[in-house]
Ligand binder design. Structure first.
Ligand code: 5GP
Ligand code: ZN
Length: 138
């Protein structure tokens, strides 16, 4: 529990939230600023952050709930699709520093468009160099 963390306060019940699922390790609740109505956040009860420092068994439990929420959005909200997003660090757009997955129901006519501007590598060698930097630490 981190007293300064709003999501820890939601877990503790001292901050209100509209819960949709909870178990011993995980909580899912409605995002107050939905990209699309039904946008749900899935968090571990324990304070972990970021993804890179979270134990893999915690992530495994969390991802099972992410799937459960996505399935509920497909069946309960009749979503046509689902986006799953997760941000680490302010450079990645993270605002709340308690690990969370965004599970967002998508509808063919929901009007939301990602600002996803695909770029190009300067040359094939540049992509190979970037891949080599990753392989070197994996
Ligand atoms: P991030 O940018 O950190 O990945 O996303 C944080 C998310 O938390 C945002 O989508 C924001 O709308 C949501 N959020 C921030 N404060 C609260 C809150 O007090 N209650 C709920 N339910 N969601 C919150
Ligand atoms: Zn927290």
């Amino acid at each position: 529990m981190n007293a300064d963390c709003i999501f820890c306060r939601i877990v503790a019940g001292t901050m209100p939230a509209t819960r949709v699922y909870e178990d011993a390790d995980t909580l899912a609740f409605m995002d107050i600023g939905p990209i699309v109505k039904g946008h749900t956040l899935v968090i571990p009860r324990e304070h972990f952050d970021p993804l890179t420092q979270t134990p893999a068994p915690v992530l495994a439990k969390l991802m099972a709930v992410v799937q459960k929420i996505a399935q509920a959005q497909m069946t309960g909200l009749r979503a046509d699709g689902v986006n799953v997003l997760q941000a680490n660090g302010t450079a990645a757009g993270q605002v709340v520093p308690h690990l969370h997955f965004h599970v967002i129901p998508r509808f063919r006519a929901d009007g939301h468009h990602w600002n996803w501007a695909a770029k190009k590598y300067e040359c094939p060698e540049e992509m190979q160099q970037v891949a080599a930097a990753l392989r070197a630490v994996l």
